[in-house]
Design a protein around this ligand. Structure first.
Ligand code: BGC
Length: 766
């Protein structure tokens, strides 16, 4: 056990969060050149032109060949626009860039941004699904392909990756992040930044990443989007901050401030966050953009009027104002009144110009405008094949009683459910450049992959939801789900009739794409009643039922887990959805996805997450309820499916973990090994997970924390020894003074196929 008398070694391993400010590193020759260029340019700029660079209008109103918004076109000519976003057409981008270059006095090129979140035209699984692949190479490649396609249409800045941790599935935007884990979130953030930005931002096939939403946006009260966040510094530093920091360390060029407040101050105007943490502690050198009208929304937060909040945002460290024009309208006056300084404006302007320089726009404002690339680089057969493979690896097999799956490619199969014959919903939320009508529906994918020996029968089975108004709210942006006017019972009867004539039933059920994403919070995270009634009727036929469950969040699947024999959680797999699902359903691909967010038994358990702290009155996990212990009267504390969980068509057996030492000092590493055998008769992939627990700390530590994972392929019957190295950094945490320390004492190392079924071994840190 640990002793805290060991002051010398304690100090040896510690470093103050606040003293972690990056030491001044000598500038590279490229940086010197950039600085000289920007210095020269800024000398020529008027105050209006400088403030203009900080302005980022949305170009959603450009609908025809020529840009139609007089206001921002005029503003571009007058040098009052730094960039535009959501402009989707190479020729439009070209025309607007030409305007900036030919008409504005200093010919400063514009930035073109877009929400390229999980692919561009070739759409990959929603980020929460993609994360379940645990495949960093595939995730990086998805971002690289997104960059290649988006840049082919003139976009060189993406508002991604979204790295907000969340433990609240009521929050619809869980769909856009990678789940609940800080370490995994950090690895994914790095992979995405590498994928988008490549090695050289001037390469016309790469684009600038934007880490968002900084910070803590995934922890709103009650899971309601845009809600208030209130969190301890301990939790920020040890958990929620990690993915943002990882993305910044990977070199992301920009950061987006979040809508929520932190310590009572909206992130957009929070100097501690945007300057002290982001720049001074973490050494971020790029620029900060607000979220959509983030500055103006500070008025509703109740912290001041437009001049006040605009000045506050600038002084806090915001460089670019998305949509709201608070900077454009008020900064000149605030400067006159001495509320901000010329230096504040210059700094923000410099950062925007630097971003343009890094993207190579001053050398060639049209470097991302190469018309021949539109045909050549977008939605190619190669990209689609990669998207299909990646999507298949993100599906999570939750249950497979009596090995119902994989299905044979013969016999009669009934396909039912509101999402079975639907293309537009397959791409999921936030897929603005998707050609969703041409996405592969479940029906199409299964028919093609299943081949001609299967006889298919199809029925709609049920509406998405019984309430037609809910259906409307859940069908935004053209992502409709057919509203069948028949009564629920007739639809079920039709489904039962085809089920009777079939050997097996596949039900495509769950959420529509827009039941998650921005402004799509839910209080009830079950599959809607209309669809559960259908499942119930199908299950009662006694025929094997396979549920393909669509969702953009963890769902409460307690009823389904008891009654439906096989469940494949498919998230929203993207453009190739139907093919990817069929590849797994028919066993051409062995499922290997594992959950990156805990599935609760009941919505009332939320927030529920694997890396929680111990309480002073922990409930013994073998029992449901003990009076005066931390528990519920009506549900035990366990999740329905734990973090890291997912089945395969084969079985993996884990040996006992071994350590090569019993203790280490701070400059050593320790190796943990475990033998894993594929005991089944099929090849498969397994995500081996390593968790660590710091048994006694100066502050309480989580019951376990993911610190490593490896996704490995095994031939049938193959045995492999998997090893992980654990070093001092894996043992450190931020203590109550926010010092980043590793404290001597016992550490438990846990290895397993998920966060629950682990085997434990201990070592000591001297
Ligand atoms: C979202 C951001 C997005 C921005 C621009 C906002 O509403 O919160 O994630 O990047 O809009 O589209």
């Amino acid at each position: 056990m640990k002793k805290f008398t060991c002051v010398v070694s304690f100090l040896m391993f510690s470093s103050l969060a606040f003293s972690q400010a990056k030491k001044a590193v000598p500038l590279s020759s490229e940086e010197i050149k950039m600085n000289q260029f920007v210095d020269q340019l800024m000398k020529k700029m008027t105050l209006t032109e400088k403030i203009g660079q900080l302005n980022l209008p949305a170009a959603g109103d450009i609908t025809t060949g020529t840009a139609t918004s007089n206001n921002f076109m005029k503003n571009i000519e007058e040098g009052k626009v730094g960039g535009l976003f959501n402009i989707k057409d190479l020729q439009k981008i070209k025309r607007v860039q030409e305007l900036a270059i030919s008409k504005s006095r200093l010919k400063i090129p514009l930035l073109f941004g877009m929400d390229v979140i999980h692919g561009y035209r070739t759409v990959f699984p929603i980020p929460l699904g993609l994360a379940c692949s645990w495949d960093m190479k595939a995730i990086e490649q998805s971002a690289q392909i997104a960059a290649k396609e988006a840049t082919a249409e003139g976009i060189h800045w993406t508002f991604s990756p979204m790295v907000d941790l969340s433990r609240d599935p009521r929050w619809g935007r869980m769909a856009e992040g990678s789940g609940e884990d800080p370490f995994l979130g950090g690895e994914i953030a790095k992979a995405m930044v590498r994928g988008y930005q490549g090695k050289n931002l001037k390469d016309a096939q790469t684009m600038m990443a934007c880490i968002k939403h900084f910070a803590l946006y995934g922890a709103p009260d009650a899971g309601r989007d845009y809600g208030t966040v209130d969190m301890s510094r301990q939790r920020m530093y040890n958990e929620y901050f990690l993915p943002y920091k990882a993305g910044i360390e990977a070199g992301a060029g920009s950061v987006m401030a979040s809508f929520n407040e932190i310590d009572g101050i909206p992130a957009t105007g929070n100097k501690w966050l945007l300057t002290d943490v982001l720049r001074k502690e973490w050494g971020f050198k790029g620029f900060v953009v607000t979220d959509y009208t983030g500055i103006n929304e500070m008025i509703d937060h109740g912290v001041g009027d437009l001049p006040k909040v605009s000045a506050q945002a600038l002084k806090a460290g915001v460089d670019m104002d998305m949509v709201g024009e608070g900077f454009l309208l008020t900064l000149q006056q605030s400067l006159k009144e001495g509320k901000i300084s010329q230096k504040d404006i210059d700094l923000a302007c410099r950062r925007i110009l630097e971003a343009k320089y890094k993207l190579g726009l001053f050398e060639d404002p049209f470097r991302y405008i190469q018309p021949e690339r539109v045909e050549r680089d977008i939605y190619t057969a190669e990209h689609r094949a990669i998207a299909r493979k990646t999507a298949a690896s993100s599906l999570v097999l939750l249950k497979n009683e009596q090995n119902i799956l994989p299905l044979k490619k013969s016999g009669t199969i009934a396909l039912v459910g509101p999402l079975a014959d639907n293309a537009v919903n397959m791409v999921g939320t936030w897929a603005v450049a998707a050609d969703s009508k041409n996405a592969i529906s479940v029906k199409k994918g299964l028919a093609e992959v299943g081949g001609s020996n299967i006889q298919w029968k199809y029925a709609h089975g049920s509406n998405l939801h019984d309430d037609s108004l809910f259906n409307v709210r859940a069908s935004m942006f053209g992502k409709t789900v057919k509203w069948d006017r028949r009564d629920a019972q007739s639809m079920i009867e039709e489904a039962l009739a085809i089920a009777k004539e079939s050997d097996v039933i596949i039900a495509a059920v769950g959420e529509s794409a827009e039941m998650s994403g921005e402004s799509s919070s839910r209080t009830d995270i079950r599959i809607p009643e209309s669809q559960r009634r259908l499942l119930d009727a199908l299950v009662k036929t006694g025929k094997p039922v396979v549920a393909l469950v669509f969702s953009g969040r963890p769902l409460e699947l307690t009823w389904e887990s008891k009654h439906v024999p096989a469940m494949l959680h498919v998230w929203f797999p993207g453009s190739e959805a139907g093919y990817a699902i069929a590849d797994v359903v028919f066993g051409d691909v062995n499922p290997s996805g594992k959950l990156t967010s805990t599935f609760p038994q009941h919505v009332g358990q939320i927030p529920i997450f694997y890396n929680h702290k111990m309480t002073g009155r922990p409930q013994d996990s073998n029992k449901w309820f003990t009076k005066f212990k931390s528990n519920y009267l009506d549900v035990n504390n366990e999740p329905l499916y734990p973090f890291g969980y997912g089945l395969s068509y084969t079985k993996f057996e884990y040996g006992k973990p071994r350590l090569n030492k019993t203790s280490i000092s701070s400059n050593e590493t320790i190796e943990v090994s475990v033998d894993i055998t594929n005991t089944g008769s099929r090849a498969g992939e397994e995500v081996v997970q390593l968790y660590i627990r710091d048994v006694v700390g100066s502050v309480s530590r989580p019951v376990k924390e993911l610190k490593g994972f490896q996704k490995l392929s095994f031939a049938a019957g193959e045995k492999k020894t998997v090893t992980f190295q654990i070093g001092i950094n894996d043992l450190k945490f931020y203590n109550s003074s926010l010092q980043f320390v590793a404290e001597p004492g016992e550490f438990q190392v846990m290895v397993g196929p998920n966060s629950k079924d682990v085997q434990t071994i201990s070592f000591n840190l001297k």
